[in-house]
Design a protein around this ligand. Sequence first.
Ligand SMILES: [Zn+2]
Length: 1255
Amino acid sequence: AQTGSGRTNQAGKATDASETDFISREDILKHYILYFRNLSCSGSATSRTMSLLSQLEKINSDSLAGEVENARYVTAKILHLVQSQEKTRKEMTSKGSTGIEITLSTLENTRDPQTTSNILNILIELVSVGGGRRASVLVTKGGTQILLQLLLNFSKDSPPNEELMVLLHTLLAKIGPKDKKIGMKARINGALNISLNLVKQNLQNHRLILPCLQVLRVYSSNSVNAVSLGKNGVVELMFKIIGPFSKKNTSLMKVALDTLAALLKSSKRAVYRGYVHVLLTIYVDWHRHDSRHRYMLIRKGILQCIKSITNIKLGRKAFIDANGMKILYNTSQECLAVRTLDPLVNTSSLIMRKCFPKNRLPLPTIKSAFHFQLPVIPANGPVAQLYNLPPEVDDVVDESDDNDDVEAESEVETENEDDKDQDFKNDDIETDINKLKPTQELGRPVEELKMYEQFFPELLENFQECDLVSKEPKPFRSDANLCGPIVVPTAGEEHCSEANPSVKEISLKESHFLLTEECNIRPAFLELPKKDSSKDSRLHQQNDQKTMIPTCQCLSQEIVKGLDRITLQNTAKNEQYFGTGCAIKKESKTSLTTLACSKPCEHVSPCKSSLFEGSPVQLGKLCCTGVDSEEDDDSGSNSSGEQVILEVSDISPVHDSDLYIEMVKNTKSVPEYSEVAYPDYFGHMPPSFKEPILERPYGVQRTKISQDIERLIHQNDIIDRVVYDLDNSSYSVPEEADVLKFNSKFESGNLRKVIQIRKNEYDLILNSDINSNHYHQWFYFEVSGMKTGIGYRFNIINCEKSNSQFNYGMQPLMYSVQEALHSRPCWTRVGTDICYYKNHFSRSSIAAGGQKGKSYYTITFTVTFQHKDDVCYFAYHYPYTYSTLKMHLQKLESMHNPQQIYFRHDALCETLAGNSCPIVTITAMPESNSYEHVCQFRNRPYIFLTARVHPGETNASWVMKGTLEYLMSNNPSAQSLRESYIFKIIPMLNPDGVINGNHRCSLSGEDLNRQWQNPNPDLHPTIYHAKGLLQYLSSIKRLPLVYCDYHGHSRKKNVFMYGCSIKETMWHTNVSSSSCDLIEDSGYRVLPKILSQTAPAFCMGSCSFVVEKSKESTARVVVWREIGVQRSYTMESTLCGCDQGKYKGLQIGTRELEEMGAKFSLALLRLKRLASPLEYNLPSSLDIESDLIESSCKVTSPTTYVLDEDEPRFLEEIDYSAESNDDPDIELADNAGDYEAANQEDGLSDSESTRILLS
Ligand SMILES: [Zn+2]
């Protein structure tokens, strides 16, 4: 069973291991069968081999001269048997057999060439089959040493015995790859030059030099040997063999090429001699002459040589100088049509990527384009470094990037971070038991923690003022409508609602109550109003004196033409309605559309904005033109702006466009954004259709890379025009019609620069996190000015992560304003030809933390727009801004039933930029104000939840939205939950990061989820005070039952949790069993286990409870160890989709994320039942014990624990990164002397390797 799981969980390595296993088991089985068969029949052949071997053994011990004949006879007989019977071969090499020892010993002792020849032939026969295992046996029995010694002895004859030389080399070539030290052994024995001289002196004797070349190839894999052989002219010799072009002796040529590839790996000498040019010429010759593609392996061999010689910088330069890019580009274009030539195209592509000159990003600095002065500058760390940089330092690229010395030294140049990752496999696991044991120190004096008392008013509340005497909860007004139909407010009804505001209030509440346990059911989308109702609406408007500004209210298709921006001003000081927790008084809808044009547009009459006050807020690129609505025959869009807004603003019970604008006004961004992105304004509704995880089409990466290479080859075709630039406000926006317009000057936007590369292709550069020079992956920007029917290619060229779910079927998100106006206001997954790969832009060592020349990565995707003159938005994941959160909280507050739900929305603290960090308290009102009921109320256990410490992980906010809405819902389970717990929720730990479009950090330029051990009140106020709240709870002995921090995960699928367990951490170390005797309550597994049974997106198999050293300052570990919360978790939601459960094969959407948040809440209800004193008698359905046993068994596998909380080692490794690097020459080691097998090695297509690795 273990082998099986290894096979499915891991990539290549595990499979190899299990195959070896398999073979040896099979062998053992056969051995036994043989054994029993021999017992039954008085086996003639077997005993004959045996008796021959024992005769041979006897001959070895006697050294009588007369025995020579006998030895010849016996070895010839054995040879005959070995050649004719697999049975004999098995018998001689099976475990316990001394066959190999006896023959080797004979070989060592005999002086007779004939006997030697016989034995060499026997050994060759033996190792020719058996998958390399027998060759290994020969190596372990000391075969290499004996053969090298023989080689030395026989080479002294002049001329050497050709037959023996052929046999010796053939055998050495076969066993060499199994002996890692053969190169060294040969050098010490002085055997290197024997083979070389043989080749030199017998160039025409192909039978002899073929095995010699094979042996030389084995030797050359050792870099010292390669240098030594190189000095003796072996490279020149190989070139003699491979050129000039001839189709004769191709097998010899292939070996020579393979040898050459090994020799050229670090040879500056070869570069100086001009061999790069020679190799390219030979390659082109073969490319031209091999029109039937019969010599693919030769052509591949030449490419391998070019690949080797370009390992060093000098080689790459020579390659460029020899016009190598163009040559390989053109030849591979010609190969594209023939699928069998893929290995050539792939290897060419690999070489071209490697040689592509590294470019700097076209930026003045990679530090954020925005500056925010910190109140305190940390004494050390990355931010201090950044502040200490002299201003003249160009951090985009630096001198050290051009350093060649290191490369020349190393045998194989790698900048492969994956290698390094593998090195610290177990290093990250916390092994210090003292660091694992809970400390439960308060950390701050009790007196100081008193300041947090104000955040727990529920603990002091006596409700004497409240009318709660009745035992039954008062029926809420709209309870009667609980199961009723969704009220779809139409324009007609809107009329009513204005006549009677309370109607509107109820309808809001109703939609709120529709949050069901399943969380799947959403109010059906509102249909466009019927004609008559829209007429009503118009009538109504005309009756409404205040809103007689019809010219400004139309958001029709006409409008969306990228006209000048319009300032939207809002009259309503809505705060008065929202701040108090009273039921919302929804004012006249028309105020939503008090859009005032700041600039008169063509055929648009300007509106008077004098009616309105308040700070201006600009609404995206859409213009509220006042096209004469009467003339527009589309009743849907012409009716009025308010209708459009009505449609979309009611899509979610907690979305309110009007309120959103109000929230934006109080949101403080560093760039002082005044624009609002339409998706945030209109809101998002999950699409009704399924969005499957994309299957990656064949060769996408190759095609994209070849298009990138074309930039170098056809430089004249490149437009290279800046079309958006935050750093340079004076850049001119091109006026041409066919240039896309970009913008991201709105909350959470982070586009820095856009360069038009080709007519329909753009390079995009993201802004760094503020006070940092990296951390970008998140993106959110607006595009307009598009045409339909054209595939636009977008390349985001400064991504940093080494891999991405974009390689595994994830698509970016797009929001079309036109679609929103057509009643489909949704973010949808779009884009084709998506891939993520290392590009030719590199970072300075300053930016890469000292590592030189680290490359960036490109996300590329192609989009064809559906609507002309649309305004579209693209995002990494469903945006969820800080203003959105505030809007949602206001709505939740306004919609709740204060007699049923105790709800508080307070400000925990101010952030660095002066935004408030909301904290929410939710529980049930006490049943009455009787002593017992108030006591029950106060004594409910706490559940402490946080989210969005990482701004780029917007999915965490959607999960949190699901949790909040569920907790506030009218569902009976939600009521039970509220009656069971007090929920303290900080839904956004990093508001500043979210607002300013950061990916990872706060304004302090630091990852806030690494500051929990020692948060600085001035630099990390939200963390400092969130921890303070927990410390306060600890000081009053009210530790939360559960702490959970919601995150998003960019490299894994599904939703899963990380928790903390001493025992499970210890299992992963080699600590003695005594520490495993620790008694640890396994209760930390209960919640994830419940979730795995109830939440479809949740996957228990991805959970981990190991404490890593690198995570010691995360919320999860600190809350567990310092605060003492046993159930302290990080919950990670995928950005991509699911590969198990109900949503298998689908990309994740907000519906599923919100459901996850609801299911999480619900799981707490089940946990309550289990967390009672009966907890330790867990119901068998949970089966925690067997889980534990399972996880303790998995210890041997290094991939079962997760090293990195936010970015665990990627289990689905894709081979793309190796394509620009040098992979260790595996082919050489495994397939020496077996050329046919070698041709598959890197011929795998993107999709093929992906499939294999994913399976
Ligand atoms: Zn995170």
